[in-house]
Write a protein that binds this ligand. Sequence first.
Ligand code: NAG
Ligand code: NAG
Ligand code: NAG
Ligand code: NAG
Ligand code: NAG
Length: 170
Amino acid sequence: MAVVVRGRWEVACGVLLLLSAVATATDHIVGANRGWNPGINYTLWANNHTFYVGDLISFRYQRNQYNVFEVNQTGYDNCTTEGAVGNWSSGKDFIPLNKAKRYYFICGNGQCFSGMKVSVLVHPLPSPPTSANTAQHSTTKSASPVLLKSSLRSLVLSFVLACFGCVWIN
Ligand SMILES: *[C@@H]1O[C@H](CO)[C@@H](O)[C@H](O)[C@H]1NC(C)=O
Ligand SMILES: *[C@@H]1O[C@H](CO)[C@@H](O)[C@H](O)[C@H]1NC(C)=O
Ligand SMILES: *[C@@H]1O[C@H](CO)[C@@H](O)[C@H](O)[C@H]1NC(C)=O
Ligand SMILES: *[C@@H]1O[C@H](CO)[C@@H](O)[C@H](O)[C@H]1NC(C)=O
Ligand SMILES: *[C@@H]1O[C@H](CO)[C@@H](O)[C@H](O)[C@H]1NC(C)=O
């Protein structure tokens, strides 16, 4: 990537972009410190999290012992991997949740029947406010994490727009 940095403004933009990218993508670790193992009710875990487009879901487990398959609802209900959309087996799998839809993951070696299945509903990003003023307004007003997160995202959007603007002018 041949990017020539010409001014302080561009450097600032780059740093902001980098920081905001780090700040917004949430990594949801399945089962938290209990990881991906049999005998855990992952419905309880999923109910405790809110998932947005662009977030990651990550599975941590003993590799060679377990694995992860993305399946459809039939596969989730019946613990079958037929027609699986994807499969992972590194023991530390980071899976991007790129679409607003319900995702289904199961363990493909039979442990699905022992509870190694999880379904998460991924929400679309809240639509950004029309100006930076609105973003500022909602930041000061909001107390809930969801609203905070949404205003953080619109802040990021403003930075991105500002950066495209400054590059374009140069
Ligand atoms: C997991 O918890 C949910 C919510 O309380 C419950 O509906 C479900 O039956 C539980 N699943 C198992 C396998 O115990
Ligand atoms: C839900 O989240 C809270 C706060 O992070 C945590 O204390 C609690 O153990 C979680 N419950 C489950 C079932 O994961
Ligand atoms: C899934 O299981 C249900 C019963 O639990 C059954 O009616 C259905 O035919 C099964 N679907 C497939 C694709 O095996
Ligand atoms: C899931 O995939 C299987 C295999 O491709 C297919 O037979 C089944 O109808 C699908 N189920 C749903 C709910 O899409
Ligand atoms: C796992 O995914 C790979 C592609 O990433 C595919 O070639 C392979 O057939 C899949 N394995 C199973 C058991 O579905």
